[in-house]
Design a protein around this ligand. Structure first.
Ligand code: NAP
Length: 461
């Protein structure tokens, strides 16, 4: 009987056009924006406010009453008030008994209070059914209708029926409710809008650090050194040459750093002989941001492609080519085609093009819309097998770039090797260790460990 009536309730808003009155406490920015959206969606709205005077800002179809009067007109009451002002609700405890109170509040800092605002509200008005919702939607987005980026509304609460009622409202507003479980989830939901690209922090800080390091490294080798020893001013290298040196270096190092934690995890599991012991925290965090590391690497690789495309139109490059031609004309001597150089240059370009193509493919498959359409095995194939192939191609591209001068002592300036040589350290280390790990004597025990086998079982039968 109950089940049937709840079904009828859920269908009611769509079949008849009558919607239940919703009460909103607080006529601030969020209260007004939400009230406006609700009226548009066909809900009668009544505001509960400290002042019942009419105001131009309040949607004209809404009533403004005192808190007590407004609360009596609706089952669902949205508390659009800052947590610090919740105290007055205790005096309304009797009227609010049995009502659904929707907590939409946010805080200024992560974990600002020991308990979530929603749990605090539930403590203040124990007879009410508290549901957390709407806190991830901004008043501006509600008002302007630009909800594309924040269409998801996290909902949590201990009373299933109350939660369902709130989720129906969310749907009626054209938003997508995501049930996050009981009120215990409220703290996490409240922390969500305060996070600033949490998974991107490490990749971006690391990239900035590496960019700064390689910028000064190239500055010393490519600008200061020729100025000191040959009195040549190559300061214009700062605009294109140095960025086009830093971008591929960063792309390669960051791509290698995507695969390094997997290799370290394998070594740790082999050493411990079990997969049931937690990795160190830093390794866990590193593994979680591999996708972001890869996307930053792809951004640097794309910049490298763009910088490379403009090389032929650079004034310095055109001057160098024409002066070589002029010197051949003056000496009346045509340089013969150097086959080795031609091979090196073509191989270098081919490896770069193939590496970049696979790099883009990896980036595309990491997009949720694409990864949702492949199964786990396909995803692993692309991200792992094609990923390693990309790393091999890009590493080879960098090695061939060095050509005949690769590892040659003459390319050292002030004992500093070329920057691209430094960029090869991490990828080569990853590839060598990965190569060692695929030997059957290591691969077999590792596969068994990953299937649950333990060298020294913790719980013997
Ligand atoms: P606001 O503009 O400062 O409005 C808060 C309202 O609370 C006031 O207009 C007032 O309404 C009422 N109020 C203030 N002091 C009070 C007191 N001592 N006792 C009782 N009522 C009091 O804030 P808001 O931006 O609308 O935010 C309201 C809540 O929504 C906050 O918890 C916030 O975290 C949350 N939120 C806001 C946004 C947003 O984009 N703004 C987004 C998500 C969540 P009356 O004058 O009508 O009494």
């Amino acid at each position: 009987m109950n089940k049937n009536s709840s079904n009828i309730m859920a269908l009611a808003p769509t079949t008849s056009n009558k919607r239940e009155t919703v009460c909103i406490f607080g006529t601030g920015d969020f209260g007004r924006a939400l009230g406006h959206k609700m009226i548009q969606s066909g809900y009668p709205v009544v505001f509960g406010s400290r002042s019942t005077q009419a105001s131009n800002l309040i949607p004209k179809d809404a009533e403004v009453l005192s808190h007590a009067e407004a609360a009596q007109k609706a089952t669902i009451i949205i508390i659009a008030i800052q947590r610090e002002h919740y105290n007055f609700l205790t005096s309304l405890a009797e009227i609010l008994h049995g009502k659904v109170l929707v907590d939409i509040s946010n805080n200024l800092k992560l974990n600002q209070y020991p308990e979530s605002n929603a749990e605090y509200l539930a403590q203040l008005v124990p007879g009410a059914k508290v549901v957390k919702a709407f806190n991830t939607v901004s008043a501006w987005a509600l008002q302007s209708g630009t909800l594309d980026a924040s269409r998801q509304v996290f909902v949590c609460g201990d009373d299933m029926e109350a939660k369902q009622m709130v989720m129906d409202i969310v749907r009626a507003l054209g938003l997508t409710p995501l049930d996050q479980g009981s009120l215990l989830a409220a703290q996490e939901i409240e922390n969500y809008p305060l996070q600033l690209f949490p998974m991107w922090k490490f990749p971006i800080l690391l990239s900035l650090g590496l960019v700064a390091f390689f910028f000064f490294y190239c500055l010393i080798r490519d600008i200061i050194y020729p100025y000191v020893y040959e009195n040549k001013d190559f300061s214009f290298f700062i605009a294109i040459s140095i960025p086009n040196r830093i971008c591929p270096i960063l792309a390669l190092i960051l791509l290698a750093l995507v695969y390094l934690p997997g290799v370290l995890a394998a070594i740790i599991q082999l050493y411990r002989g079990t997969k049931y012991r937690r990795f160190p925290d830093w390794l866990d965090k590193w593994m979680l941001c591999r996708k972001q590391l890869g996307l930053v690497a792809l951004a640097f690789a794309s910049l490298h492609v763009l910088f490379t495309l403009v090389i032929p139109i650079r004034s310095f490059v055109r001057w160098r080519i024409s002066s070589q031609i002029v010197s051949q004309v003056l000496n009346n001597k045509t340089e013969p085609l150097n086959n080795t150089n031609a091979w090196l240059s073509d191989s270098y370009l081919a490896l770069g093009i193939l590496g970049f193509f696979l790099f883009v493919l990896l980036g595309i498959t990491s997009l949720p819309s694409v990864s949702n359409n492949v199964n786990w095995r396909e995803f692993r194939f692309v991200q792992s097998k094609l990923g390693y192939l990309t790393l091999i191609l890009c590493t080879a591209h960098t090695m061939v770039y060095g050509g005949k001068w690769f590892l040659s002592p003459s390319s050292y300036r002030w004992y500093l090797p070329s920057a691209y040589m430094l960029s090869l350290i991490v990828p080569c280390a990853v590839l060598v260790v990965k190569f060692v790990l695929i030997f059957p004597c290591l691969d077999k025990p590792l596969t068994r460990i990953r299937q649950g086998w333990e060298r020294n079982p913790q719980y013997s039968e």
